[in-house]
Design a protein around this ligand. Structure first.
Ligand code: SER
Length: 321
C-alpha cells in the first residue's frame, strides 16, 4: 500500500488529549484513517474505528498495527502526576511499558511516533522562571520520573535506532471535552466545571500558585504541526522533547477572569498534597527553541481561553447563561 494510505493509531485515545486529537485527525485525514486504542473508557457515542487493548501487550499491539496498516502512532497513554503518586508502580508500568513496545514496533515497521512529555520533567532544582529547554531535570514525582526516563529512552531510539519520534513537554492543558482526571494542573479545568455548575470552587492549590498552561486547541494544533514539520534529528545528532508554552497565571488571576463571566462565583483556596507538586514545577517556560525550529506559536491568551471554556461548557451543560 502507498505510504499515504497508511493509517494513524492513537493510544490513550479517550483521555484528555486523545478526546480532542482524535476528532482533529479524523477531520484532517478521514474517519477511516484513524484507529483508536481504548481501554474501558470508549464513549458510547464515539464514531470511528475502535480497538480495545493494552499497549503493554506487545503482540496485541503489533497485530493492531499490521491489521490496519498503521504508519503513524500517537502514543498518549499515561497516568498523570497526582494520580501517579497514589500508585507509583502502576504509573511506571503504564507510562513506560507501552512506550518501549511502541518504539520497538516503530523501529521494526518504520512508523513515525508522537509521544507527549510534560513540564513534570522539571523539579525543585530547576530554574522556575522562563525555564530553558536545556536545564536540570530532577523531578520528584513518579510521573515526572517516567517522563524524564521516557525522553532519554526516546532519544536513544531516535539517534541510535533511526526512529522518527516527535515530542512536546506540554504545560497544564485546559480543555472542556474530557472531565479533569488526576493531574496537578487540573484545578485550572475544575474551576470551570464547578464554577458553572455550582458557582463555587474550592481550589486545591494556593491563590498565588503560578503554573504554565495552554488551551487545548493550541496544544492540538501544535502537535499536528510538529508532526508535519521538516525536522531531521539524526543528521543533526540531537533530539529534543520541546518546551512548549502559552500562558502562565496565578490561580487567583484565573478566578478573577472567570468572575467576569460568573459574577457571583466564590473561590476558596485549600491547598492539599498537590501543592507540593505544583511548587516543584516551573512558573513559566522558555519555548524559544520550538518557536525557532518549527515555528510554534500560541493563539489563546487568558481571556480568550476563559471565554471559550465558558461558552463550550455552557453548551455541554445545556445552560443558557
Ligand atoms: N497536566 C499534567 C499534570 O498535572 C502535567 O503534565 O499531571
Amino acid at each position: 500500500m502507498a505510504e499515504a494510505e497508511r493509517k494513524i493509531l492513537v493510544t490513550g485515545a479517550f483521555g484528555q488529549i486523545g478526546s480532542e486529537l482524535v476528532p482533529a485527525l479524523q477531520q484532517k485525514h478521514g474517519i477511516d484513517h484513524v484507529v483508536t486504542l481504548g481501554h474501558s473508557n470508549v464513549p458510547q457515542d464515539f464514531k470511528g474505528i475502535v480497538e480495545t487493548g493494552d499497549t503493554s501487550n506487545k503482540e496485541g499491539l503489533e497485530a493492531i498495527v499490521d491489521r490496519h496498516n498503521i504508519g503513524v502512532v500517537y502514543h498518549l497513554v499515561s497516568l498523570l502526576s497526582a494520580r501517579g503518586e497514589e500508585n507509583p508502580d502502576l504509573t511506571w508500568d503504564i507510562n513506560m511499558g507501552g512506550l518501549k513496545n511502541v518504539l520497538d514496533i516503530a523501529r521494526d515497521r518504520n512508523l513515525k511516533v508522537f509521544w507527549p512529555s510534560s513540564i513534570a520533567v522539571f523539579g525543585p532544582t530547576t530554574p522556575r522562571d522562563s525555564t530553558p529547554q536545556h536545564t536540570i531535570l530532577e523531578p520528584t514525582t513518579m510521573y515526572g520520573a517516567t517522563k524524564v526516563a521516557g525522553e532519554n529512552l526516546v532519544r536513544h531510539y531516535v539517534l541510535k535506532q533511526g526512529v522518527d519520534v516527535r515530542s512536546l513537554r506540554y504545560p497544564g492543558l485546559i480543555s472542556w471535552k474530557a472531565e479533569p482526571g488526576g493531574g496537578t494542573t487540573d484545578y485550572a479545568v475544575a474551576i470551570f466545571y464547578d464554577g458553572l455548575r455550582k458557582k463555587e470552587y474550592q481550589c486545591f492549590v494556593s491563590s498565588d500558585t503560578t503554573l504554565p498552561m495552554m488551551y487545548m486547541d493550541d496544544a492540538i494544533r501544535g502537535t499536528i504541526e510538529l508532526m508535519e514539520a521538516d525536522l531531521d534529528f539524526q543528521n543533526e545528532g540531537k533530539w529534543n522533547s520541546y518546551n512548549m508554552a502559552a500562558i502562565s497565571f496565578a490561580a487567583v488571576q484565573l478566578a478573577e477572569e472567570l468572575k467576569k463571566h460568573i459574577p457571583d462565583l466564590k473561590v476558596t483556596y485549600k491547598p492539599d498534597h498537590r501543592q507540593a507538586i505544583a511548587d516543584s514545577w516551573p512558573k513559566s517556560i522558555d519555548d524559544s527553541v520550538a518557536r525557532a525550529e518549527w515555528g510554534w506559536s500560541h493563539e489563546f491568551d487568558l481571556s480568550k481561553m476563559t471565554a471559550i471554556m465558558v461558552e463550550k461548557l455552557r453548551e455541554k451543560f445545556g445552560q443558557t447563561k
